[in-house]
Design a binder for this molecule. Structure first.
Ligand SMILES: [Zn+2]
Length: 123
């Protein structure tokens, strides 16, 4: 994992997707944004940015998780109707897909939220 140094990004900011994947701090770009796969750290270990304060107001996290779960259940039902796979195949496939999508979705959502809050405050 290398930092995104593409010249097309504005003002040297890493892309939001790579920031979410590597958990980059919006101020110093150190990889300390997340303390757990889908949980933000309280503050950046490198520059001391108060991440918890930036997270405040991000109370749509529950809604995002539910929407993701709903989409996945609909997709699971559609695949089930279409291919009629054995139960074990469904579990083997949808278990990791569900966990991965929820963690990925939450990371992306929280990263976008924190970056948005950070940019709003620095203006
Ligand atoms: Zn930092």
């Amino acid at each position: 994992m290398t930092p995104d140094e593409s010249p097309t990004e504005k003002k040297g900011q890493p892309g939001i997707v790579s920031a979410a994947l590597s958990g980059l701090c919006p101020r110093c770009h150190a990889p300390y944004l997340f303390a757990a796969p889908a949980a933000l750290a309280d503050e950046c270990s490198a520059c001391g940015l108060d991440i918890r304060a930036l997270e405040r107001g991000g109370r749509f996290v529950g809604v995002v998780t539910m929407l993701l779960a709903l989409v996945l259940i609909m997709a699971a039902l559609a695949v089930d109707e279409w291919l009629r796979p054995p139960l074990w195949a469904s579990l083997v496939f949808w278990g990791p897909v569900t966990v991965g999508s929820v963690i990925g979705g939450l990371r992306l959502y929280k990263t976008m939220w924190v970056y948005h809050q950070y940019e709003e405050r620095s203006e």
